[in-house]
Design a protein around this ligand. Sequence first.
Ligand SMILES: C[S@@+](CC[C@H](N)C(=O)[O-])C[C@H]1O[C@@H](n2cnc3c(N)ncnc32)[C@H](O)[C@@H]1O
Length: 282
Amino acid sequence: MGRINKKAVEIFKSDPNHVISKEWIKTLQYQVDLFAAKEIKIMSRLGLGSGGRPMLDLGCGIGAFSKALRKHFPSQKIVATDNNEAFVTIFRNKLLSDPDPLTELIKWDTMNEATPPAVRKCHTVVMRLVLEYIKDPVAMLLHLKQCLPPRSLIFIIEEDDYFFQIHPDLDALWKVVKTWGLARERLDFKKYFGRQVPCVATNAGLKVLHAELIGHTNFDSDLREMFDYFVATMHLLHNHLPREIDPKEISQMERQFREYVAQNGNNCLLIVPYILTVAQTP
Ligand SMILES: C[S@@+](CC[C@H](N)C(=O)[O-])C[C@H]1O[C@@H](n2cnc3c(N)ncnc32)[C@H](O)[C@@H]1O
């Protein structure tokens, strides 16, 4: 996991709109560790990385997913961009300690800054968990369409409604679901957004080639790791909604998860729904 260095923290403090904290970094990394390999395998099957042309990781954050892409595509040129200066600084520091000459990192606000020349050369784009934070996702995709070469592929991954199919019925899991629902309302995320993406892409004048439900399950990821990730997201949300999420409740959830795993191991089925949409520029 990347260190939050002094410079990143200073940038964060000087820009209250840019949310960054240890918890954010931890959850971004967790999510990638748990889910990325499966997503990249599915996207490769659908053409990600074909032709060896430069790939854009738009909204790369701290670079956790870019690194997973690198692992899968060792000789691919990756252009990684994000508008959050603090995240970009953290990623840049990672690249200083672990250089990757085929990754070009650019601080770019897709909505408000001129398109960097390197972006104009990318024929495939991955946007993972980015659109749900954008006020006007149609406008974002319309703009992106102008930045890319003709017939570029755009792979969009978004969470859906965080409804887990659960057996058994653990209180702690329902609390995770409820808390995320509350956070989405209060913190202005797009609710149940995955299923809306094909329509949003069409409205932006893109051709939708494919839409698929990716069910991330405890059989791919291991139950204990998934539970740890859920608890980490609760700590993250507590930072943003301190009055609504009680740390004592988080401890209770943690205990219930631990007890379940000790008694039952991986013997349940839990599904975290992500939707993958593949769209193409005209
Ligand atoms: C939840 S993070 C996802 C990070 C990474 N894609 C991953 O899967 O781990 C969403 C990212 O989108 C970035 N983002 C939001 N609005 C953006 C914009 N207008 N231009 C570029 N990046 C943006 C945020 O700064 C953040 O790093």
